[in-house]
Design a protein around this ligand. Structure first.
Ligand SMILES: [Fe+2]
Length: 300
């Protein structure tokens, strides 16, 4: 079965590129790399040329998720599989692949209209070790798990969305039925995996933005604590206090970034289980800061 192997890169639209560069380097600890275009820059977190491209376009949202396949054979097999399933794809030109620092890329959209790119062959720079934008105890945990995970809103329905991503080779389904005091119904959250990371994509209900949060994992718990101190010192709003998720058991916290959605910094996540389970609350902590959850796809 041909399937995607990791979330390789993201393109984020921003309204204030200067603020994002400062945030990326000094709060997240990412390495900022300029591009030829003053309205675009790259963010590194490992040996890859980049994991995130920031584009100043005013959208303050996720523009493109780049999903990797193993190589050229798998790339062609994926294109054939998608076309046979009636999914419209466009094979990118060599210039488009070079712009993304990959060997080959195809463009498509998921049932929600969200832009996806499936690629193989990222540009890996072993001659340029990652240089964090601020002090870190350890490093970002990428490797076989990809750059992290993204929670997104959806309007096509969880079943339709899930079916599409299963076609791409992902596995998973509903893992949370969140219960809120006074709310008549639980809120379902769907989690999808394609590698050792417990989930690569998560989907909630409809939302103002495509993206709810972007999680980056660190390999040293002290970097979660350090990030918390840096966020507070920078005056950025903490949205969800430190705690541990029931599904990925990530020790993490959430805070607001310059685009108005959340970043999560986590440590110690476990792999996906072979059998399905669901949860109604997290293991411990993760208390929302009162009033801070408004607009984040779950009751405030
Ligand atoms: Fe998360």
């Amino acid at each position: 079965m041909t399937g995607v192997t990791e979330l390789g890169y993201l393109t984020l639209g921003v309204s204030d590129l200067a603020a994002w560069k400062t945030f990326a380097a000094e709060v997240l600890g990412l390495e900022v790399v300029p591009s030829d275009n003053p309205e675009k820059c790259f963010l590194r977190m490992d040996y890859w040329h980049h994991r995130i491209a920031l584009v100043q376009n005013g959208s303050d949202d996720l523009l493109v998720s780049g999903l990797r396949v193993a190589g050229q054979v798998e790339f062609r097999a994926m294109a054939a599989k998608l076309e046979a399933a009636g999914v419209e794809i466009r094979i990118g030109s060599e210039a488009e692949a070079e712009e993304r620092h990959v060997l080959e890329v195809m463009m498509l959209a998921d049932p929600n209209g969200y832009a996806l790119e499936i690629f193989h062959g990222p540009h890996v720079q072993f001659d340029k070790p990652f240089h964090p934008g601020r002090r870190m105890h350890g490093r970002f945990k990428t490797g076989g798990g990809g750059l992290g995970h993204v929670m997104q809103s959806q309007t096509a329905g969880l079943d339709t969305t899930c079916e599409f991503y299963r076609l791409l080779g992902m596995r998973g389904g509903i893992e949370y039925k969140l219960a809120f005091p006074g709310a008549p119904q639980t809120v379902p959250l769907m989690f999808l995996n394609c590698n050792e990371r417990q989930h690569t994509f998560a989907f909630a209900g409809p939302g103002e933005k495509r993206i709810n949060h972007l999680m980056l994992e660190v390999d040293n718990m002290a970097d979660v604590g350090l990030a918390y101190d840096v966020v507070v010192k920078a005056g950025l709003p903490v949205i969800i206090e430190p705690g541990s998720h029931a599904n990925d058991q990530m020790f993490s916290f959430y805070f607001k970034n310059p685009s108005g959605y959340m970043n999560e910094i986590g440590w110690g996540g476990r792999a996906a289980l072979a059998q399905s389970e669901y949860y109604q609350s997290d293991a411990f902590g993760h208390a929302p800061v009162p009033g801070s959850m408004k607009g984040f796809m779950v009751p405030a």
